[in-house]
Design a protein around this ligand. Structure first.
Ligand SMILES: *Cc1c(COP(=O)(O)O)cnc(C)c1O
Length: 469
C-alpha cells in the first residue's frame, strides 16, 4: 500500500512548522524591503524558466522547495507593503491567511449548507454583517462571498439582467460613467449585453455621474425602443475615489424600473467609519452592492462579496439544479451558496473574513479606515501648498490625485510623467498614474494597513523635493 500522499501527524507538524518559519521570516521583514523587488534582465529570465519547468516524477524535499519558492516570492511587488500606494493596495492580514490554512486543511465543502452547517453559519454571519451593518441593506438581505469585485459585479449584472429583462436581452442597456471600473463592461459582455448598449453617462466636474444626463439618456433610449435595465454607481471610483450621487441614482432607477447596483469594491467598506457612512449613505438604497474585503478590509487577495437586497433574485438568476443534486436539503435557514452564484464546488470562504473580524474586533478595522481617511486629507493639504502642483479634487475616500501645473513653458503631461518616474526611482514607494480630463495624473491610494503617518510624511518629503521648480 502506498501512503505517499498521507503524511503522518509528525510529518504534518514538521512541514507546517517549516512553512510557518518561512512565512514569518518573510512577512516580518516586509518593512526592510523595497516595494518593487522584481529583478530585471539576466536574473528574471532564468528565474521564470526555472519555475516554468514541469513537475518531476520523483518526490522532492520540502525544505529545498520552500527555499526555491522564497526566491520567487521575494522577486515580486510588496502589495501589502507600507510604501505601496499604487492601484488599490491590499493588506494581506496574517489572521486571514491562518483561517484559510485551517479551512483548506480541513477541507469542508462550502457549496451547500447541510454538509457543514456550523461553518456555513460562520460564513453567513459575515455575509449578513456586510449586507446589514456595512451596506445598510434591510433585514432579509444577503448574498455571497466571491473571489473578487469583478466576479461580484458579474453576478450583479446577470441578476439585474435576469430580473429586469428575462430572456429578452437584445435591447437591454446599462448606464455607467467613464470612471466606472472596467469589470462592469467586462461583466456586461459576459452577460450577453451588446457592447454598444453600455452607455457612458457624462460626469460632473467632481467626476460623479451627472444624474440629469443619466435621466435624459434613459428616457431617450426608452423612446428609441431600447430597454434600460441597470444603472451602476461607483462607491469610490478606482481612479480618484469619487462617489456617484447614490441617493439620486436610486431615485432615477426606481422611477424607470432599473436595477441599481453600487460598485463599492474600493470604497464600500469605508461605511464602517462615520465619515464613510455619511458620504456613502445612498448605498443602503441599492438593489445590490459589490464589496472587496481584499481591498478595504485588508485581507489577502481572493475575497470579494456581492450583497443583495433580495437573495431570492440571486437564486432565480443562477440556479440550475441537476438530478445529482436531488439529495440536497435546506438546513436551518442557511443559504446554499452554490445556488446563488456561478460556482458549485468551493471552499468555506467565510473563515478568512470571520477569523480576522473576531480576533481583531470590528473597531480595529474602523480605526484603520479612519486613519486612511485622515492620511488622505493630510496628503491633500500638503500637496496643495506646492505651487507647481495641481490637486483638483478633495479626496472623498483615501485616494489623492495630483499633476504638475500647466505652465507656459513645457508640456505638463510630460512633466507629470517625469515626476512619477522620479518618485518611483527612489525605490521606497509604489504609485500609479491615470488620465483624467484628458490629462496625466498621479494617484496616491492609501489603503495598506501597514501604511501610517510616518510613511506618508516620507512620501510627501520625496514629492516636494522632486517637483519641478
Ligand atoms: C478593484 C475594483 C474592482 C474589481 O475587483 P477585483 O477584486 O479586482 O476583481 C471593481 N470595481 C472597483 C471600483 C474596483 O476598485
Amino acid at each position: 500500500m502506498n501512503h505517499a500522499l498521507e503524511p503522518t501527524d509528525v510529518d504534518m507538524l514538521e512541514m507546517g512548522r517549516l512553512v510557518l518559519d518561512h512565512v514569518v521570516d518573510i512577512v516580518a521583514k516586509i518593512d526592510a524591503r523595497p516595494v518593487d523587488n522584481v529583478a530585471n534582465g539576466n536574473v528574471l529570465g532564468p528565474l521564470v524558466d526555472e519555475f516554468l519547468a514541469p513537475p518531476p516524477e520523483t518526490p522532492g524535499d520540502v525544505r529545498q522547495l520552500l527555499d526555491r519558492l522564497d526566491r520567487a516570492s521575494l522577486n515580486a511587488w510588496e502589495a501589502s507593503g507600507a510604501g505601496n500606494f499604487a492601484y488599490i493596495p491590499s493588506g494581506g492580514l496574517f489572521t486571514s491567511a491562518l483561517a484559510e490554512f485551517y479551512a483548506r486543511a480541513l477541507n469542508r465543502f462550502g457549496g451547500v449548507a447541510f454538509v457543514a452547517p456550523g461553518l456555513i453559519a460562520a460564513e453567513e454571519s459575515v455575509v449578513r454583517w456586510l449586507a446589514h451593518d456595512v451596506c445598510g441593506l434591510p433585514a432579509g438581505s444577503g448574498g455571497l462571498l466571491m473571489t473578487g469585485g469583478s466576479m461580484a459585479n458579474f453576478s450583479a449584472v446577470v441578476t439585474a439582467r435576469e430580473t429586469r429583462l428575462g430572456e429578452n436581452i437584445e435591447q437591454g442597456t446599462i448606464y455607467v460613467t467613464r470612471h466606472t471600473h472596467r469589470s462592469v463592461a467586462k461583466a456586461a459582455r459576459m452577460a450577453g449585453i451588446r457592447r454598444d448598449n453600455v452607455r457612458e453617462v457624462p460626469s460632473t466636474a467632481s467626476l460623479a455621474m451627472d444624474m440629469d444626463a443619466a435621466r435624459a439618456m434613459i428616457e431617450s433610449d426608452k423612446r428609441a425602443g431600447l430597454r434600460p435595465f441597470l444603472i451602476v454607481g461607483s462607491a469610490g471610483t478606482t481612479d480618484t475615489g469619487a462617489i456617484d450621487p447614490l441617493t439620486h441614482m436610486a431615485k432615477v432607477a426606481a422611477d424607470h424600473d432599473l436595477w441599481c447596483h453600487v460598485d463599492g469594491a474600493y470604497g464600500g467598506l469605508f461605511r464602517l467609519t462615520e465619515r464613510g457612512r455619511d458620504r456613502l449613505s445612498g448605498m443602503a438604497l441599492a438593489d445590490s452592492v459589490t464589496l472587496d474585503p481584499h481591498k478595504s478590509l485588508f485581507l489577502p487577495f481572493g475575497t470579494g462579496a456581492l450583497l443583495v437586497r433580495d437573495p431570492r433574485l440571486l437564486f432565480a438568476a443562477h440556479n440550475e439544479t441537476g438530478a445529482y443534486q436531488q439529495d440536497y436539503v435546506s438546513t436551518g435557514g442557511l443559504p446554499d451558496y452554490a445556488l446563488l452564484g456561478p460556482e458549485l464546488s468551493r471552499e468555506v470562504r467565510g473563515l478568512r473574513v470571520w477569523l480576522p473580524l473576531h480576533v481583531h474586533g470590528v473597531a480595529a478595522f474602523r480605526a484603520q479606515l479612519d486613519e486612511k481617511l485622515d492620511l488622505a486629507e493630510l496628503v491633500y493639504e500638503k500637496l496643495r501648498l506646492v505651487p507647481s502642483l495641481e490637486v483638483p479634487w478633495r479626496p472623498m475616500l483615501s485616494t489623492v490625485v495630483f499633476r504638475v501645473r500647466a505652465l507656459a513653458s513645457g508640456d505638463a503631461d510630460e512633466a507629470t510623467r517625469r515626476l512619477l518616474d522620479c518618485i518611483l526611482a527612489d525605490g521606497r514607494f509604489s504609485l500609479s498614474s491615470t488620465e483624467l480630463d484628458g490629462r496625466q495624473a498621479i494617484r496616491i491610494c492609501i489603503l495598506a494597513n501597514r501604511t501610517h503617518a510616518g510613511h506618508v510624511v516620507e512620501l510627501m518629503d520625496l514629492i516636494t523635493s522632486a517637483v519641478p521648480e
